[in-house]
Design a protein around this ligand. Structure first.
Ligand code: IPE
Ligand code: IPE
Ligand code: MG
Length: 253
């Protein structure tokens, strides 16, 4: 007989997987090709991973596509990334819609071209009632930006008299982050071998399980993601409790 009920329960899949897709440039350089070639190969990897997450019934997949710091890259690489982003949206929105995938963007859009902003809004609108996977793409996103814009919104509401004597607590901050209606990531993956967070979802990663792999993003495939999910399922999330407490009574945040 199992010692308690949890022994016979298959560990759950992560509800929300958030990925820093890193290593495109090195993937191309290894092949003596320009970095652009790596970014193009990266888009193909995105397609495979999105399909796999939909098949696995993952609720939310967040992909870090362009950070608030990536503007520091050479101008031609930045415009290539923006062009690739636009072309990918033009090609994929209908396909995502057909597959019942809801597309969302987080990040500061104001710095993006008006055509790109319009395409992003169109993609969100067209897919807003879909209820399979939610695909969140982080563009010109930074964790610092997200917190600053949340604090600014709270401040503006107080100034406008819409929030009287507010208590600053987790709930209030969560309500104003760009991810307000999404669960926090359960599993964070960074490809490309670096072991850092690079200003990604700083608030939301508080209790996320972290997984780092040396695989460069264009080589990251279904099998590699399945391994990451297996690693996640083998972990005990304690949220500050003891291990024994969690065995007796599974608790989530
Ligand atoms: C990630 O790959 C893609 C973006 C940041 C847009 P990189 O371009 O950072 O690839 P490496 O780290 O130089 O190999
Ligand atoms: C993080 O990768 C951003 C994205 C993948 C979009 P970077 O390659 O920009 O991160 P750093 O500069 O090595 O920390
Ligand atoms: Mg990189």
């Amino acid at each position: 007989m199992p010692s308690n009920a949890t022994d016979c329960v298959e560990p759950a899949n992560p509800r929300h997987i958030a990925i820093i897709m890193d290593g495109n440039g090195r993937w191309a350089q290894k092949r003596f090709m320009p970095r652009a070639f790596g970014h193009q190969a990266g888009v193909k990897a995105v397609r495979k991973i999105v399909e796999f997450c939909a098949e696995q019934k993952i609720e939310v997949l967040t992909l870090f596509a362009f950070s608030s710091e990536n503007w520091r890259r050479p101008e031609d690489e930045v415009s290539l990334l923006m062009g690739l982003f636009m072309a990918t949206l033009q090609r994929e929105i209908n396909k995502l819609d057909r597959n019942n995938i809801r597309l969302r963007f987080i990040g500061d859009r104001s710095a993006l071209s008006s055509q790109l902003q319009a395409k992003m809004a169109e993609g969100e609108q067209q897919t807003q009632t879909n209820d399979a996977l939610t695909l969140v793409v982080a563009v010109n996103y930074g964790g610092h930006w997200d917190m600053c814009q949340a604090f600014q919104k709270v401040f503006d509401k107080i100034t406008a008299g819409e929030l009287e004597n507010p208590t600053i607590n987790n709930q209030l901050i969560n309500q104003h982050l760009s991810t307000t209606d999404l669960p926090d990531p359960d599993l964070f993956i960074r490809t490309g071998g670096e072991q850092r967070v690079s200003n990604f979802m700083l608030w939301q990663l508080a209790y996320t399980e972290l997984y780092f792999t040396p695989i460069l993003w264009p080589d990251f495939d279904q099998d590699a993601l399945a391994l990451a999910i297996e690693s996640f399922k083998g972990r005990q999330r304690r949220f500050g409790h003891t291990g024994e407490q969690m065995l007796n009574k599974p608790i989530t945040l």
